[in-house]
Design a protein around this ligand. Structure first.
Ligand SMILES: *[C@@H]1O[C@H](CO)[C@@H](O)[C@H](O)[C@H]1NC(C)=O
Length: 512
């Protein structure tokens, strides 16, 4: 009986959400950003939804149920920015925000001007849902508005001051460190002061620079576009790349979901030569990759030599993602221009990961319980590494400070101090210990939003308040005014009574 009811119930769910039409907008041309969205879109297509994906990385082999609209033409202009990322790390906070803003303007304009995107916007196609990456591209909320359908944001990182406002998630500078700091949630007075300042600066930047800029992009590319502010705060849900194993607990609205780790797997078989190399590494393997934006081959030659000298002295083997040839390679080192990163991190012989602190790579290392030696250079990388350093599963070494000695000491510690491995295993266990895997959870909530046509019951009432109302500024001002008024009235009356009685006293004296 229960079983029949269960089956009927499942059928009911599937009959509603099976084969929905979903538009995915994951257009930014950094591969890690694309992967976050692609994993999700591919899963939806595999489950029978009809997916359209706007991206800069069109697949060579077509995928069933997945139609692609390529906006690859952004790669050239945007790569000019991505190539400057190393200098980006040297800019002050305002400079970094300004840099992002300029890149954002260029790439969002290219996407919205793209012929096929314009054709889509002007078509009479219907969609049940738009899922878009939120990354300096607020103008893209026009897609959901245009198709009059629910919207889900996917943040490429955790909740921040840049995305919390979209769903009115509470944001406290007292214990929620800004993305651009390396602070943890326990800050001393001076750290809280600087964190508050940075949060205010970032919020002001969004309000007075980013949103007007995105509004201008919208107006310039879409005829008769509405004001950005009138369509921006209408999303049903936001997925964030966060997990309790590496990020501190913070308040979340019921329509914000942590799906950090959703992109991991399914694992493929390792290429034969890499598998042999790793299987035979009885002392363990160190995996080294600086990601796809920063190239190992562009490392300063002096630092490259220092790294190679350190590698030549350890008993472990080393796998290095290195994009060109390398002479004077020590015998325990193998280089590949491309590494199947998840698969090599998953190998039981892997004992350490040297990375740049990109969020996805850091999550993968935690997922597989591998200690990290982090060499962060820009944006959120410092914060990502600090999070795992605080959890005693990583060591941070700034790329500027890298010498044979500092690098050698750090690597030696990571490999020989057992606490790093122990804590990495613990964090991995925590990451796996959840009611359902993050990808399953994401799919559940996507279906949920479609089922309830935007699930308006999840939206916070705070979205309808002005910021001055939300933060009780109006109430506090009113109460302060009342207090001042009462004080004035009381002091006026007191003065009157006091001067009257003084008057009477002096009159009395005079009359005597
Ligand atoms: C707001 O979202 C709902 C679905 O969640 C949609 O039907 C409506 O058209 C959207 N409103 C605007 C102004 O885009």
């Amino acid at each position: 009986m229960y079983m029949i009811r269960g089956i009927l119930y499942l059928c009911a769910i599937f009959s509603i959400t099976h084969g929905a039409k979903i538009l995915g907008v994951f257009s930014f041309c950094a591969h890690s950003h694309f992967m976050v969205g692609f994993r999700l879109m591919k899963e939806l297509a595999d489950r029978g939804h009809e997916v359209t994906l706007i991206s800069s990385f069109p697949r060579e082999v077509p995928i069933e149920n997945l139609r692609e609209i390529s906006v690859e033409e952004m790669k050239k202009p945007v790569s000019e920015y991505l190539n400057k990322l190393r200098e980006f790390g040297q800019l002050n906070h305002w400079g970094q925000l300004q840099f992002m803003l300029e890149m954002a303007r260029i790439y969002t304009e290219i996407v919205l001007k793209n012929q096929n995107v314009q054709a889509l916007l002007n078509s009479d196609e219907k969609f049940d849902l738009v899922i878009m990456e939120h990354f300096w591209n607020e103008a893209f909320t026009i897609f959901a508005h245009r198709f009059k359908c629910p919207l889900i944001f996917v943040a490429p990182g955790p909740t921040t001051i840049f995305n919390s406002h979209l769903l009115a998630n509470p944001s406290f500078s007292s214990y929620m460190p800004n993305l651009l700091t390396g602070y943890g949630s326990k800050m001393n007075f001076w750290e809280r002061l600087s964190n508050t300042f940075l949060d205010l600066l970032s919020a002001a930047f969004v309000e007075f620079r980013l949103l007007p800029d995105q509004n201008a992009v919208l107006k310039a590319t879409i005829p008769n576009a509405p004001q950005l502010r009138t369509i921006l705060y209408n999303a049903s849900l936001m997925f964030v790349m966060s997990d309790i194993s590496i990020h501190d607990p913070i308040p979340l609205q019921p329509n914000i979901k942590n799906i950090g780790g959703h992109h991991v797997g399914p694992l493929k078989a390792l290429p034969k030569d890499i598998k042999e190399f790793m299987d035979n590494a009885t002392e363990g393997v160190v995996v080294f990759s600086l990601g796809s934006n920063l190239k190992s081959k562009d490392l300063d030659p002096e630092k490259k030599r220092a790294i190679l000298r350190v590698f030549s002295k350890i008993k472990q083997k080393v796998l290095w993602k290195f994009e060109s040839d390398l002479d004077e390679k020590p015998s325990n080192l193998k280089i590949y221009s491309w590494l199947p990163q998840q698969e090599v991190l998953a190998h039981p012989n892997t004992v350490a990961f040297i990375g740049h602190g990109g969020l996805l790579g850091t999550i993968e290392a935690v997922y597989f319980g591998v200690p990290i030696l982090g060499l962060p250079t820009f944006w959120d990388q410092n914060k990502n590494i600090e999070e795992v350093v605080r959890r005693n599963m990583a060591i941070k070494l700034s790329l500027q400070d890298l010498t044979e000695e500092t690098f050698g000491t750090a690597l030696h510690q990571i490999l020989n101090d057992k606490k790093y491995r122990r804590n990495a295993k613990l964090r991995s266990q925590i990451m796996h210990d959840r009611p359902m895997p993050p990808l399953e959870e994401a799919v559940f909530w996507i279906d949920y939003v479609i089922r309830y046509r935007g699930a308006p019951h999840l939206k916070s009432a705070a979205l309808e308040l002005e910021w001055s109302q939300r933060y009780l500024i109006d109430i506090l001002s009113f109460v302060s005014l009342c207090l001042i008024a009462i004080f004035l009235v009381v002091s006026f009356v007191m003065k009157k009574i006091f001067s009257n009685s003084m008057h009477r006293v002096s009159n009395l004296k005079k009359n005597k």
